[in-house]
Ligand binder design. Structure first.
Ligand code: MCN
Length: 802
């Protein structure tokens, strides 16, 4: 019996390496004579550099270089604007080292290279730097109205105003029976991968080749950018992302200053240079996300039909916009979610503040959009006294309404057009799993015991798998009896070595553990862009599918010739290639790879029978028009995003005295089209939900009024642990995407998206007796307790006036 690997919960090929401590991370690399770098960072949020003296640092024994901006020559250029947009009229990107002004605490001011990290850090302490401190722009609303400017030439600190609309929102509002408005806030948080950022660079002056090992999610983009910046041919720069301990978006950036400074130092000093970020640096100087303030209105009929949504919001960009306005675009275009919204108006202002720059972090703008939409629906349900599930079903796009054009332009410039899905079925499944029908009884019973439980539900749609393209090279190595696959996406824990191998295994009739996937090495593929936007399964997966298929066709053609059979009758299964009906008479696929390489079989191999068969033929060793080697390279370029979706439901218990929330049950119904590996997808959903729980209750990046970050260690910035993350029950719904041959949609970010929305609703439900209203996230126990107290005070005041 042959197995179809696609769809199976195959154990991960990479796990043995990780679980036995054999992973190879950047900080594990220690080429001979490696030097170590450290960065002096701004201690003030906004200031002019009035004095900068590095002489004492240069004199310290063991120091090889201390650079300020003046030492960088031509390389002192702003980092590229990765995703330009017409609406972004005031783009600003960061220079590798600040010149006369700093714009956030953590901005790089000077760079030191020494024989060890201790000396490099000591040298940083010897650098004299003085600032004229300027008022800091911290609060989002003050930023747009105040006189204080982050960049003097950007009026009101507004980098971009983006309007997206469909239908006629003013008419919808005028015709509505009710219009409800909410002010909603989501605070900053950040990815916090287990492995912080790290770089090792080595310059081979004889070969004139620069090799950089980097925790980046986009090795090819970094390679291309570095080649331009350093004036080297592209193939003289090799960027490798080896094992990477999580990225979640924060490692997609191009360029962080160190990605320029470390390779430059390696070239100039002629010795390898290493820089590995510590956690404090990561918290204060690697990019953040979230941070939006919305004022949103929903227009409805009395029966709960949504007529339109209007959303005006401020997006905190931090000090620079290296990733353009991708995050607010995603928020705006994904806010309508699975609902039939014919009239929609969104206006975002992207606002500079004196904080760490904002670039996409898992979910990339979607948790905020989902939060706003779901909060609005909850408000309608409450005001109209409707069941919250019923109002959702009433307004959901039906399974027969695809393709559904939301009428907006997505982050890739293509239409936000949902390709397939079944949103009501997903919600129903989540509600059945969590026993929504029986919940009111449970809630009543618990309340009688003095316990407060609440249920939440939330739904989202997620654009995944955007272009422009990715490629793959698939080669059967007959001697090693392995299939070797090169891609150029990076991997940070997503299990690509297994899920991609499953696609290959099906095409070539081998096992996934016989397929070796290389990711993240710019030498193995020349074109591609990276791992982000939950795109690798869709884009690389389909490129791998196409390349494996091409290899299969080549093997079939060769075998047909050897067996004097019709190609249509050739099958591949269990590592063998044979004429249908007579598997025993076939050959191992590995032998076909050997005969596909006439040079190799000239040296003698074990594929004797295949060679003998081949020699019986007339003519050249390979059929005419056949290239040697059982290998192929293919690319896949999707025309637009494919839209995944999901529905989560939760039951929480809240202690009104302490504000502590316990998650009693968590159900995630997820639709990412055809699932390659359900176990991996479940892991992806689990990880996303855990980060969503962090963003709902624990993770908050706090700045004081002067722009000093207060969350600079894991004592202050709390990450949920296994104690806080409940058992997550995952169910898959599979509505294949019609936009790619494998019918896949992305899965990597999904889990995180609906969590704050869901938790807000569950909190309100649990604290129903107090009439608590949730308008911001995250909420810690003190804030939840304060919400209860405020509600009590309001109730007492109302009593008194009566
Ligand atoms: N998959 C599948 N079937 C599908 C869709 C996906 O089996 N229908 C599998 C894929 O083959 C892959 C994994 O699920 O093994 C995730 O695939 P995909 O959704 O394509 O996401 P990417 O591989 O492009 O990864 C990026 C995505 C993003 S954007 C963030 S952020 C994120 C995430 O993945 N960061 C992660 N998941 C992460 N997981 C870990 N462990 N670490 C991170 O940094």
């Amino acid at each position: 019996m042959s197995t179809r690997w696609f769809g199976q919960p195959v154990r991960r090929n990479e796990d043995e390496r990780f679980l036995t401590g054999k992973g190879r991370y950047v900080d594990d690399l220690q080429p001979a004579a490696t030097l170590h770098a450290a960065v002096l960072r701004s201690a003030v949020a906004h200031g002019r550099i009035t004095h900068l003296d590095v002489e004492a640092a240069r004199q310290l024994e063991g120091v090889l270089a201390v650079w300020t901006w003046q030492d960088l020559g031509d390389v002192w250029r702003p980092s590229p604007m990765v995703v330009p947009n017409e609406a972004l009229i005031h783009p600003r990107t960061q220079y590798p080292l600040a010149r006369d002004k700093v714009n956030y605490v953590g901005e790089a001011v000077a760079f030191v290279v020494a024989t060890d990290r201790y000396i490099a850090e000591d040298a940083c302490d010897l650098i004299e730097v003085e600032y004229e401190i300027l008022p800091a722009v911290i609060d989002l609303e003050n930023a747009v109205s105040g006189d204080t400017l982050v960049h003097e030439d950007v009026p009101n600190n507004v980098a971009a105003t983006l309007t997206q609309q469909v239908g006629d929102i003013e008419r919808a509002i005028a015709e509505a029976d009710h219009v409800f408005t909410e002010r909603l806030y989501i605070e900053r948080s950040a990815a916090q991968p287990m492995e912080t950022r790290a770089i090792v660079a080595q310059w081979d002056s004889a070969e004139r080749v620069l090799t950089m090992w980097d925790t980046t999610q986009a090795p090819l983009s970094i390679r291309n950018g570095l080649a331009v910046l350093l004036g080297l041919p592209e193939n003289s720069v090799r960027v490798v992302a080896p094992d990477v301990g999580g990225g979640f978006g924060v490692k997609i950036m191009m360029f962080y200053p160190e990605e320029v400074l470390v390779p430059l130092a390696a070239m100039r000093l002629g010795q390898p240079v290493k820089w590995a970020e510590d956690r404090r640096e990561h918290l204060i100087a690697s990019n953040h996300e979230r941070g939006q303030m919305h004022e949103a209105s929903i227009a409805v009929r009395s029966d709960g039909t949504i007529l339109g949504v209007k959303d005006i919001f401020l997006h905190d960009a931090g000090a620079y916009t290296p990733y353009g306005i991708v995050v607010p675009i995603v928020t705006a275009t994904q806010l309508p979610g699975p609902y039939r919204i014919r009239n929609y108006f969104s206006e975002s202002r992207t606002v500079y503040t004196n904080k760490v720059p904002v670039t996409p972090y898992r979910g990339a703008g979607r948790p905020h959009g989902c939060y706003v939409m779901e909060r609005l629906i909850d408000r309608v349900a409450r005001e109209l006294e409707m069941d919250r599930a019923e109002i959702r079903f009433k307004n959901m796009i039906g399974p027969d309404e695809f393709p559904w054009d939301v009428g907006l332009t997505f982050q890739d410039g293509a239409p936000t057009r949902y390709d397939s899905g079944n949103y009501p079925a997903g919600l129903q499944l989540a509600l059945d799993r969590i026993d929504y029908a029986g919940f009111r009884d449970l809630q009543e019973r618990r309340r009688r015991e003095g316990r407060y439980v609440g249920l939440g539900m939330a739904s989202y749609v997620e654009g995944t798998g955007i272009g422009p393209y990715e490629g793959a090279h698939v080669r059967v190595d007959g001697t090693a009896q392995r299939v070797v696959v090169a891609t150029c996406v990076g991997t940070q824990g997503q299990g690509h070595e297994t899920s991609f191998a499953q696609i290959v295994a099906d095409e070539l009739g081998v096992r996934p553990d016989q397929v070796e996937i290389t990711t993240g090495d710019s030498r193995s593929m020349n074109w591609g862009s990276g791992t982000y936007a939950s795109r690798s399964a869709v884009v690389t997966g389909n490129a791998i599918g196409a390349a494996s298929h091409a290899v299969r066709e080549k093997a079939v053609a060769l075998a047909a010739e050897l067996f004097e059979a019709n190609p249509a009758d050739i099958e591949l299964r269990d590592e063998r290639i044979f004429v249908a009906g007579s598997p025993d008479s076939g050959l191992p696929i590995w032998d076909i790879a050997v005969v596909a390489n006439p040079i190799r079989y000239a040296y003698g191999t074990q594929a004797a029978r295949a060679i003998a068969l081949l020699k019986q033929r007339q003519g050249p060793p390979l059929p005419e028009g056949t290239e040697p080697g059982l290998e192929a390279r293919k690319y896949f370029s999707p025309e637009q995003a494919t839209f995944a979706s999901g529905n989560h439901a939760v039951i929480v218990e809240v202690d009104p005295e302490t504000g502590i929330v316990t998650i009693l049950r968590y159900v995630a119904v997820h639709d990412c089209g055809n699932v390659i590996n359900p176990m991996i997808v479940e892991g992806q959903v689990h990880g996303g939900v855990a980060q969503g729980i962090g963003g709902s209750f624990y993770e908050r990046l706090v700045y004081d009024a002067d722009g000093q970050p207060l969350s600079t260690t894991f004592m202050d910035y709390l990450i949920p642990t296994a104690m806080e993350v409940p058992n997550i029950e995952v169910d898959h719904l599979e509505t294949p995407s019609p936009l790619n041959p494998l019918g896949i949609k992305g899965a990597g970010e999904a889990g995180v998206i609906p969590v704050p929305a869901l938790m807000a609703q569950a909190l309100e439900d649990a604290l129903g007796p107090w009439g608590v209203r949730v308008t911001e996230m995250p909420l810690n126990p003190g804030q939840i307790r304060a919400l209860v107290r405020d509600a009590e005070t309001r109730a007492t005041a109302a009593e008194d006036t009566r």
